[in-house]
Design a protein around this ligand. Structure first.
Ligand code: GLC
Length: 662
């Protein structure tokens, strides 16, 4: 039976940018076959737009199937964007990269290269045997300087060594039974598209008769899976995931005839099989941009996670060719352009609707929720690092830099609370009309909740959940705080204080199962008004103060970064003793996370993957540095420069006289 595979859904039209077609038989076949099948399919693209170019990329090593097989990928050179150059904004020692796109025929010595405007590389196989895993020869020809350099590279080395020189090896020689079970479950959760792994389902409970959309690949849920796979040396699934979701980005998506902005990534996707005439079937990638999701929520975090994952893929595998591809560069730009688009907003933080992130139901987090700001900040930093700087991107890079500096100031200054700040707020004057008002957002001190006065420890502090005019959401949101630590959105001192708070309030935030999604829960009238009487989000359940073991991996990263690894060990070992018996539950209920959540799914993939990623990181803490960011002093300086150049006499940044910038 022939199986045709392409991405689509009946109600959506494919854009010209991406289209993959391959017959399952020819999947490992010759390049010629691939080229032919792709050409046939490209006739489906919109008239007048360029058809996809075909690229065959080397398959990452350490994978189950043959080492030297090649996969068909399609890409297109987007009319709006110039081909990327060879300089990268912020890559440190790995800064210069020649672009290379290789079309390689399996049984021939002949080599085809795609030439970049400036420099190019030619890759060919010595002795004419592409099937043998022998050294690749990379001939680097620098057109400008007329330099010719021939480098012999072991193919495995292309992906296995990263610029930091850390060798990626299978993480552990001996795994406990629990870990073995977890790896097996993670493998069982893998979703295949046309025979290739492309993601993991959200939950894989055989006893669940109403999986809703938990049988789909969620972008955010796949992040810990991706890291677990990458840290184990398995890059293919992550690479496929990144490329396929990139293709989904370009689809026209509509909710009641309204199309959200270009660049949006779906919340999730599934692989559907559609029967055609005769005995033919086709596999289709079917994305959900929120148009089927409960509450029709916008997946703002998806694109941000996608960028973060792309960077992690490069860092861990050392394979930077993926992020250098023209279509991938375009994808980064589309996500960032969408986030950076001008609107009415007066704040540098990103304005979003309720339910636009991990908390994807109404929980009163619309506006400028911390979780989104932390992801936005990291995605901007990733973009700055990965974007090729050329005439087509230099304005974007400038915008990114300005936004990064303004955003970090805004969050560090206005979202931060500790005892000192609380006391300031407690004594705030209100209704101040002036440029140098102390109480800029007109916060009424009566807003300080009673629980907070006694809760915050002397040495601790945290970033509040949200900030709007006359509104501070004082709830502690764990993911936003952890990700601020990881991305260095918060200062080194603040990072330490956040960890102090978690340690000091262990029973509240970690309790019987790490970690509480937010603290405290909304109760009574607040619950009724803010959640809309949501029976799934009752006090201390699900998003409303439930405990989510998937947050372990972010906690582990934050602990390693701040030198508090013992805290992560304690949390992981507590989770480890319960997760198997509790069949890898999605979340836990009650004030201290004692019970498995009322409606929790079992065999929840990101619970499993979060645990595995934490274990691997604890065993190899040096690898954590590939996944977090240090303080960027250049950005801080940039902030000062921008201020001194600004025409305004009274800049609020100066007036704030912040003590917390350094
Ligand atoms: C729930 C969670 C969301 C998650 C999804 C799949 O909707 O709120 O964060 O991505 O389940 O696990």
């Amino acid at each position: 039976m022939n199986a045709l595979c392409f991405i689509g859904r009946s109600t959506m039209r494919p854009s010209a940018r991406f289209l993959i077609s391959r017959t399952s038989k020819s999947f490992l076949g010759s390049a010629k076959q691939h080229l032919r099948s792709n050409r046939t399919h490209s006739s489906l693209t919109n008239a007048g737009r360029p058809a996809p170019a075909t690229i065959i990329t080397p398959r990452p090593p350490l994978l189950a199937a043959g080492f030297n097989t090649y996969r068909l990928m399609s890409t297109v050179f987007h009319p709006g964007f110039a081909p990327p150059p060879i300089a990268f904004a912020n890559r440190g020692s790995f800064g210069v990269a020649s672009r290379v796109v290789v079309v390689r025929q399996q049984h021939s010595t002949s080599v085809e290269t795609r030439v970049n405007e400036g420099n190019f590389e030619r890759i060919y196989v010595q002795n004419g045997n592409a099937a043998a895993a022998k050294p690749l020869v990379v001939e680097r020809i620098d057109k400008d300087e007329n330099i010719r350099e021939v480098v012999s590279v072991e193919e495995g080395d292309l992906n296995l060594r990263n610029p930091e020189g850390i060798e990626i090896v299978s993480p552990r020689k001996e795994e406990s039974d629990i870990e073995k079970e977890a790896w097996k479950l993670l493998n069982d959760a893998v979703v295949r598209y046309c025979g290739s792994p492309v993601g993991t389902v959200a939950a894989n409970d055989p006893g669940d008769k109403t999986p809703l959309n938990y049988d789909q690949v969620f972008i955010r849920d796949f992040v810990p899976s991706a890291l677990a796979f990458l840290l184990r040396g398995e890059g293919e699934i992550v690479r496929n995931f990144l490329l396929h979701t990139l293709q989904l980005q370009s689809w026209e998506k509509t909710v009641d005839c309204y199309s959200p902005g270009q660049g949006l990534m779906p919340a999730s996707f599934k692989v559907s099989t559609v029967t055609l005439d005769g005995d033919k079937t086709e596999e289709v990638l079917d994305p959900d941009f929120g148009e089927s999701a409960i509450g029709r929520v916008a997946p703002v975090d998806s694109g941000l996670w996608w960028i973060i994952m792309l960077r992690a893929y490069g860092k861990i595998t050392g394979d930077y060719t993926l992020q250098e591809r023209v279509d991938v560069q375009t994808g980064i730009k589309l996500v960032l352009n969408l986030c950076l688009a001008d609107g009415f907003d007066m704040f540098p933080s990103l304005l979003v609707t309720d339910g636009s992130c991990m908390i994807d139901r109404r929980m009163g987090i619309h506006g400028h929720p911390l979780e989104i700001q932390a992801l936005f900040y990291s995605a901007l930093r990733c973009g700055r690092e990965m974007l090729a700087v050329n005439d087509g991107s230099k304005n974007l890079v400038r915008t990114i830099n300005n936004r990064l500096s303004a955003l970090s100031f805004h969050i560090r200054e206005y979202y931060w609370v500790d005892m000192k700040k609380m006391n300031e707020i407690y004594r705030y004057k209100t209704e101040e009309y002036s440029l140098d008002a102390t109480n800029k957002f007109n916060i009424y001190p009566e807003q300080i909740p009673l629980w907070l006065m006694d809760w915050i420890p002397e040495e601790g502090g945290y970033l509040i959940g949200n900030l709007q005019p006359a509104h501070m959401d004082f709830r502690f949101f764990t993911l936003g705080n952890l990700w601020s630590v990881i991305s260095s959105l918060s200062t080194p001192k603040q990072n330490e204080a956040i960890l102090n708070l978690i340690e000091g309030k262990w029973n509240d935030i970690v309790g019987h199962m790490p970690l509480k999604i937010c603290y405290p829960a909304l109760e009574n009238e607040e619950w009724r008004i803010i959640t809309g009487s949501d029976p799934k989000n009752t006090p201390w359940s699900y998003h409303n103060g439930g405990s989510w073991p998937t947050l372990l991996w972010q906690f582990t990263l934050a602990c390693i970064k701040t030198g508090r690894i013992e805290l992560a060990r304690k949390a992981v070992s507590m989770a480890e003793s319960k997760l198997v018996a509790d069949r890898w539950a999605e979340y836990y209920d009650t004030r201290n996370g004692k019970f498995i959540g009322k409606q929790a799914r079992l065999y929840q993939t990101w619970t499993i993957a979060g645990f595995l990623t934490s274990k691997v990181l604890l065993e190899n803490p040096e690898k954590a540095s590939l996944l977090f960011w240090e303080e960027d002093y250049e950005l801080l300086e940039m902030c000062v420069c921008a201020l001194s150049k600004s025409g305004r006499k009274k800049c609020s940044r100066v007036a704030a006289k912040s003590q917390i910038l350094v």
